[in-house]
Design a binder for this molecule. Structure first.
Ligand code: ATP
Ligand code: RIB
Length: 301
């Protein structure tokens, strides 16, 4: 069983299902409204745990009702939340999601307490990091603290996986230097490398860009097309499962969390791990919401 530590965001998601995306200035009626656990970090942790990884979370919520609810949800999953701070005078992160009948979504986040995770807080929980097989991070929380977590991991020989989402143009070199695997989607790849990925040749070109800055493994998710990998001389595209997507929220998070639960630390089984991640996220896209849509291992084997 892999031990996975996620450092990152916890959000309360509010979703509106609409027949079509409203245009600027337009008012429309939603068909449904619901709230659920979300946040890229929390979703990845839930996906890892539901695939049986021993899962730890480092993050922060506000000392408010939403924070209490989010911590309860993660605890019910049996994710270790000892390193989730409850911060006074801060709001818990929130995401406002609109999903249309084509399964497209628009998401606006208010990061709140997620941006107040401090390097000191990370350092206080360094033993959790040092005992992990993988440490995973995204870009919805304080980047200085992610750098601290990855540095602790790297010094201890623990593998680091960076999901550079939502896209950020100027990623600190300090972070990339301590990243073992990068896992962007197509848009994030273009923003980070300047290379538009349209075919296998451009995917390989983007992978080489990342290798040249010292990142060992490159994994680019391609939505309904699956995922591309390039690691230690091995490369390929693992196709996605053909399904009818109704809401792709948390597809990428499910993919990464599920993959981390089965991946070997030398990345030697990356292709099989991607197949497993594809299977998990193919179920997520057929259901509504972030955490409620993430599958359990029993559904995947
Ligand atoms: P999101 O931001 O929607 O969570 P993402 O942009 O980070 O996702 P994607 O590349 O869209 O990531 O999708 C991640 C994985 O989810 C894909 O590699 C694929 O396995 C699966 N997936 C996404 N969309 C579909 C789909 N329509 N049908 C089947 N699988 C899908
Ligand atoms: O990746 C999906 C997540 O992005 C949602 O759960 C929402 O909270 C936003 O952070």
């Amino acid at each position: 069983m892999n031990r996975v530590t996620v450092i990152g965001s916890i959000n309360l998601d509010t979703t509106l299902r609409v027949p079509h995306m409203p245009k600027p200035g337009e008012t429309i009626h939603a068909k449904e409204h619901f709230t659920a656990g979300g946040g890229k970090g929390a979703n990845q942790a839930v996906a890892a745990k539901r695939s049986d990884a021993d899962t730890y979370f480092i993050g922060a919520v506000g000392n408010d009702a939403a924070g209490e609810m989010m911590i309860d949800l993660l605890s019910q999953e049996e994710i270790n939340v000892n390193a989730v701070a409850r911060l006074d005078r801060k709001s818990t992160g929130q995401a406002f999601i609109t999903v249309d009948d084509e399964g497209e979504n628009i998401i606006t986040i208010f990061a709140g307490a997620n941006m107040d995770i401090t390097p000191k807080h990370v350092g206080d929980y360094k033993e959790i990091i040092k005992k992990s097989d993988f440490v995973i991070a995204q870009f919805e929380s304080a980047i200085k603290s992610t750098i601290e977590a990855f540095k602790i991991a790297k010094a201890a020989g623990v593998r680091t996986i960076l999901n550079p989402a939502p896209a950020l143009k100027d990623v600190p070199e300090e972070l990339l230097e301590v990243t073992d695997m990068i896992a962007p989607n197509e848009t994030e790849t273009e923003i980070l490398t300047g290379i538009k990925v349209t075919d296998e040749a451009s995917l390989i070109e983007a992978a080489e860009y990342f290798h040249n800055i010292g990142i060992e493994a490159v994994l680019i998710t391609l939505g309904s097309k699956g995922a591309f990998y390039h690691v230690n001389g091995q490369t390929g595209i693992v196709p996605a499962f053909r399904v009818k997507a109704v809401d792709t929220t948390a597809a990428g998070d499910t993919f990464i969390g599920a993959l981390s639960s089965v991946l070997k630390t030398d990345f030697s089984n990356l292709e099989d791990a991607i197949r497993y991640g594809n299977r998990a996220s193919s179920l997520t896209v057929q259901r509504f919401g972030a955490q409620p849509s993430i599958p359990f291992k029993q559904e995947l084997i």
